[in-house]
Design a protein around this ligand. Structure first.
Ligand code: BGC
Length: 713
């Protein structure tokens, strides 16, 4: 760094983009900017000749010879697409996140991408928010496990290995708490909430060695994250001891002008630099203003050196100085057999069975199924959001997976796409339904209806899907609703019309074969909900780890809107904190998911009625597979701290174990509770463990379970 000019230092903080569609020779101006050391990173350069040429110029022709780093959003697969991240979280298995990320890195690095803008670790409590599709779900504990899996998977065991891809924990922080689920919107999070709920997955990412972070678009309590000294300096650098670099989100530096904290781009650059924002994505406020800011003494050279050192440290750690080039001998390893197998396995394990009456699933052998619905053969849609490089031609749809099977009675889309309101195909679909034994309706949302900038106020099935389902149900044939969507879909209007509901998220390249195996019982659906499933969008935000309030909802005093006497005098009628129409329970709780078997929980036991902070308490329960097939259960442990200095959530997930059980088998499942499980950040902003009474549940989801209590002395 001592040899670098001011311009070269500023150059390192600049990330440039080229359009993936640029054809022909590289623009001379771009080459010249690299030659002059005016760029530190590129995003979205998808032409490998460009990658090689730009890197060659940086290393051989620029004065400093500092290598570039090439970035891309490789979110849930590069070519082989895995289920969307919320689906990966539904596996409750960090190993799946690790595998998906590793395979993404192997495929993506082969074209020179050594840095991905993933994982997204925003806790999301609102299904209206389109980016819930990309989130780790609503729970900080589950989200932290996923964070570790992704970071370790992308980066691999050796950062200098050509298949190691730098992870980027994003969006720091609070993006998932956008008001009303409206993307990019205002975020207000009090500090203990920030630390107890929103921060843990990011802490886990730092602990797992994440090389980079991305600042969020949003403000947090009045200050945009991109210029937020409290977040980027105090929390991230001082407290979490992060020593990688922070990149802005797309134009988020200059968006501080729209936010209204900077009068112009120059002041935006000053705010960002002073907060410790190391690299600017796409907008050029640093490039155009940092020199003047340094010369005017508004940004110190020491501050600029700090940013540049963070960037160079990452490039060094990744071995780019020693080996800047793409490994051309490694031919592109796309769609390897084991990649496709892993994608199918992830999809199977992500699918959540929400309803299964009369055991319509798995479809019995000898039955003939009619495949109907807008997602039954939609190769692009099943890939989901953020799949720039996924190829629909490689998707295997449910129709392709079923069409040669003995089960197959026929296919009729019924609707052209998920929002379709035409009824012109109904007749054909109904005729097919009448000829089959079971109807498999593949509905949900097209990929573009979730993801960035695609929030919805109404999260019912779009178009006329409900109408078609009702008509199909009227045939009297059993009907299975398979939902492929980027968010929980409210199905209150339709659930009684169908016999089974399977949430398949957007399952990725191998969605069809995974669905075939799950629907026909070759495999069980393995998923559990990583988010609370609402009855209606009006319940949002909705999450299981809420506070008790002074008037907690109570089913014994609840008065439904239809039971309120006409002319009733103004009074609470005994109502508590809930909606008089939608009540207070979700449609399905966090952690919920059926299997093709049943489980019974008995004999909860704790090793002692008391514990001290030095001690470990063991809580065990017996779980029996009462069904008639081998199955696996995700046994979940929740804790409630009954009295705190600050109010505490009614339950918090602290541990879980997946147990495999043969039909009729019983296993004892034990958990160790230590002080870490009882700690939280209170009003002093310190992590504390406060003595008093605690309750523990062990069960199949956040609303059920057996309970024991203990006292922390
Ligand atoms: C998104 C980021 C993404 C970036 C680069 C932004 O619009 O918010 O998540 O990494 O674009 O594509």
């Amino acid at each position: 760094m001592a040899d670098m000019t001011l311009e070269e230092k500023i150059g390192q903080t600049a990330m440039r983009g080229t359009s993936s569609r640029v054809k022909g020779a590289l623009p001379e101006a771009l080459k010249q900017s690299v030659r002059e050391g005016r760029a530190g990173a590129f995003l979205n350069v998808m032409n490998t000749d460009y990658v090689d040429e730009l890197q060659r110029i940086a290393v051989e022709e620029s004065a400093s010879g500092i290598p570039l780093i090439f970035a891309r959003d490789i979110i849930h697969g590069f070519k082989t697409i895995f289920p969307i991240p919320i689906g990966i979280s539904a596996t409750w298995d960090e190993e799946i996140a690790r595998t998906a990320a590793r395979i993404s890195a192997i495929e993506g690095t082969s074209v020179g991408i050594r840095w991905t803008f993933a994982p997204m670790l925003d806790i999301a409590r609102d299904s209206r928010w389109g980016r819930i599709a990309e989130s780790v779900g609503e729970d900080p504990y589950l989200g932290s496990l996923m964070a570790r899996g992704y970071v370790e998977g992308f980066q691999g065991n050796d950062l200098t290995d050509p298949t190691s891809m730098a992870a980027c924990a994003k969006h720091f922080i609070g993006y998932g708490a956008a008001e009303g689920g409206r993307d990019y919107n205002t975020v207000v999070i009090h500090e203990p909430l920030l630390r107890n709920v929103y921060l843990p997955p990011f802490t886990a990412a730092v602990d797992a060695g994440a090389l980079t972070f991305m600042s969020a678009f949003n403000e947090v309590n009045g200050m945009p994250a991109t210029g937020n000294q409290f977040l980027l300096k105090q929390v991230l650098r001082d407290e979490l001891a992060f020593n990688g670099f922070v990149v802005s989100d797309w134009n988020s530096v200059i968006e501080m002008v729209s936010h209204g904290v900077a009068r112009d781009k120059k002041q935006a650059a000053e705010l960002a630099a002073k907060a410790g924002l190391d690299m600017e994505m796409t907008s050029q406020a640093y490039e155009k203003n940092l020199k003047a800011l340094v010369e005017e003494g508004k940004v110190s050279m020491e501050q600029l050196d700090f940013l540049v050192a963070n960037i160079l440290r990452v490039k060094l750690k990744m071995g780019l100085f020693d080996n800047p080039y793409r490994d051309k001998d490694r031919s592109a390893k796309f769609y390897q057999k084991e990649h496709l197998e892993a994608s199918k396995d992830a999809a199977v394990k992500s699918m959540v069975l929400l309803k299964n009456e009369e055991e319509v699933l798995p479809v019995a052998s000898g039955k003939k199924v009619a495949l109907i619905g807008p997602l039954s053969d939609a190769p692009h849609e099943q890939l989901g959001t953020w799949t720039f490089d996924g190829e629909k031609d490689k998707s295997v749809t449910p129709l392709q997976a079923f069409k040669n099977a003995v089960y197959f009675a026929g296919h009729s889309n019924g609707m052209a796409y998920s929002r379709d309101t035409s009824e012109s195909m109904y007749e054909e679909a109904l005729a097919l339904a009448n000829s089959a034994d079971v109807i498999l309706f593949f509905g949900g949302e097209e990929a573009i209806l979730s993801g960035e900038a695609h929030s919805r106020a109404n999260i019912d099935l779009p178009g006329k899907q409900e109408k078609l389902i009702k008509k199909l149900a009227a045939t009297g044939k059993p009907i299975v609703l398979v939902i492929m969507a980027g968010r929980p879909i409210t199905i209150t209007n339709i659930i009684d019309e169908v016999d089974a509901v399977l949430m398949a998220w957007h399952p990725g390249t191998m969605g069809g074969p995974a669905l075939y195996e799950v629907l026909t019982g070759v495999q069980e659906p393995g998923g559990r909900l990583p988010v609370t499933w609402p009855k209606t969008a009006g319940q949002m935000p909705l999450y299981y780890n809420h506070k008790n309030t002074g008037r907690p909802a109570d089913s014994s005093s609840f008065v439904h809107i239809n039971d309120i006497p006409v002319g009733a005098w103004q009074s609470s009628l005994g109502n508590e904190s809930h909606y008089i129409d939608a009540g207070f329970t979700p449609h399905f709780p966090f952690g919920y998911g059926l299997t093709y078997s049943d489980f019974r929980y008995t004999n909860i036991n704790s090793s002692s009625p008391t514990m001290t902070v030095e001690e470990t308490l063991e809580v065990s329960v017996e779980v029996t597979n009462t069904g008639d097939r081998q199955s696996s259960e995700v046994v979940q442990l929740y804790i409630r701290d009954l009295v705190g200095t600050l109010t505490r959530p009614v339950r918090e997930l602290k541990d879980f174990k997946r147990v495999d059980l043969e039909a009729g088998e019983t296993k004892t499942v034990s958990f160790q509770i230590t002080k870490q499980d009882l700690a939280y950040v209170n009003h002093t902003m310190k992590t504390v463990v406060e003595p008093g009474d605690f309750e523990v549940w062990v069960g199949p989801n956040a609303m059920e379970g057996l309970k024991v209590a203990f006292e922390l002395k």
